[in-house]
Design a protein around this ligand. Structure first.
Ligand code: SF4
Length: 415
């Protein structure tokens, strides 16, 4: 793996995590700590690794944007139930990672040797130990957050088939090429694994589907739509009633495709990630999405999805911070916040909630050597998104801490 040189002066250039917590008393410190852990990554001391219990904790992982088969915890939980999706032991990027250690017999997250918070490791779900009738380990078929079952049926993205069309922050192609996993997960295995996972009492609140874009079909994206309809029909058999707790992050489908998904399945909520809230930066950072669908059309398809699924059941994910990538991104955090929130407000006016994922400079992505914005920037952005959703009265329950747990801004909706 390509190593990125650490910037030994990074702490002098931005507020420390403790200073950010002091400056923003209205924001839960748990959310601030989570944000920094996702931004900088975490590593583990030997003492912290000795607290790992393979029989209890979630260690292995197969997803469309990451693969892990080692003895480090997959991710962390804070005392209030906030999930911190760290994706294993990482610590890439130019800043030092946070360190998980054991102090006074407790597992804690530390920064610069100071204890920040007590943490615990995610527990693996019961289905991780089981196999499908075709002999596939079920953790190859689905993965789990504390809240939900995650399905990634297409483990590659066809934008990467055209040179220069992959999204620049995305590691799906590198992950796929460095593993021996199949491009498509077997649908019988998915059906069987979800049925098995749902037997665990009290664990899951929803089922989530996403995967790499499938451009092919009679009309652009028809094959992707068919794949999701097939899976949703299969897993929907586990539930009574028309709709079941579920979210799909797909490519931005047209009205006919959205209507089909709505009418032919029990899908409850739909997301198409626009990723970056600026037309020119979208063209630069997501060139495939730009060439095949386009920024304005992407937004328009989201608005059409609100007509079909209803307000509060459609949102759009952002790779928060990537709008400051060099050399074409915003230069000042102040300007970036202003522009991004202005654009976010337009989405909210149409009933589409923006939700941010903390941009991580993932190994294997084109932006691997970039530097993410300051922690304070992320806190202000999260406050901005949360404030806009409240102003326009858009519920984010479909993507909150109980359903997803990955967005600092939707964690703020708890209060
Ligand atoms: S659409 Fe972009 S972000 Fe999504 S999988 Fe493809 S390259 Fe990655």
């Amino acid at each position: 793996m390509v190593k990125v040189e650490k910037d030994i002066h990074w702490r002098e250039k931005e507020l420390s995590i403790k200073e950010v917590i002091e400056k923003y008393p209205e924001v839960s410190p748990f959310v601030i700590i989570k944000t920094d852990a996702q931004r900088r990554g975490v590593t583990y001391t030997q003492k912290a690794l000795e607290r790992v219990d393979e029989n209890v904790h979630q260690l292995v992982h197969r997803g469309f944007s990451g693969e892990k088969n080692d003895k480090t915890p997959f991710s962390l939980l804070l005392r209030d139930g906030t999930s911190v999706l760290t994706g294993g032991a990482a610590g890439f990027g130019k800043r030092d990672p946070l360190v998980v250690d054991v102090v006074d017999d407790k597992i804690v997250l530390t920064d610069n040797r100071e204890v920040l918070e007590e943490v615990s490791y995610w527990e693996k779900p019961d289905f991780y130990e089981k196999f499908t009738s075709s002999g596939e380990p079920m953790w190859h078929v689905a993965w789990a957050r504390p809240q939900r079952i995650d399905l990634n049926p297409h483990q590659y993205c066809q934008f990467w088939n055209t040179p220069g069309h992959g999204c620049k922050y995305c590691s799906i192609a590198a992950t796929y090429k460095s593993s021996d996993k199949p491009q498509y997960v077997n649908l019988d295995d998915i059906e069987e694994t979800v049925k098995e996972a749902l037997k665990q009492p009290g664990r899951f609140t929803s089922i989530f589907l996403t995967g790499g874009t499938i451009l092919s079909g009679k009309e652009l994206l028809d094959d992707e739509v068919d794949l999701y309809i097939n899976i949703l029909q299969r897993i929907g058999k586990n539930f009574g009633g028309k709709r079941f707790p579920s979210q799909l992050i797909g490519t931005a489908f047209n009205r006919r495709q959205l209507q089909r998904i709505h009418d032919e399945t029990g899908l409850m909520s739909y997301t198409a990630d626009i990723e970056v809230l600026n037309a020119e930066l979208f063209d630069w950072i997501c060139p495939g999405k730009s060439a095949k669908i386009g920024y304005e059309e992407w937004k328009d398809r989201l608005y059409q999805a609100v007509d079909i699924f209803g307000k509060g059941y459609v949102n759009t994910g952002l790779v928060a911070g990537v709008e400051m990538a060099k050399p074409k991104g915003f230069i000042s955090e102040e300007e970036s916040l202003g522009k991004v929130l202005e654009e976010a407000e337009e989405l909210c006016r149409h009933g589409v909630a923006p939700v941010g994922c903390v941009w991580t400079v993932a190994p294997g992505s084109i932006f691997f050597k970039q530097e993410t914005p300051s922690l304070e920037y992320y806190v202000r952005l999260a406050k901005g998104f949360d404030g806009l959703r409240r102003k326009y009265d858009i519920s984010v329950d479909m993507d909150n801490y109980r359903r997803c747990g990955n967005h600092p801004d939707s964690d703020l909706s708890r209060v």
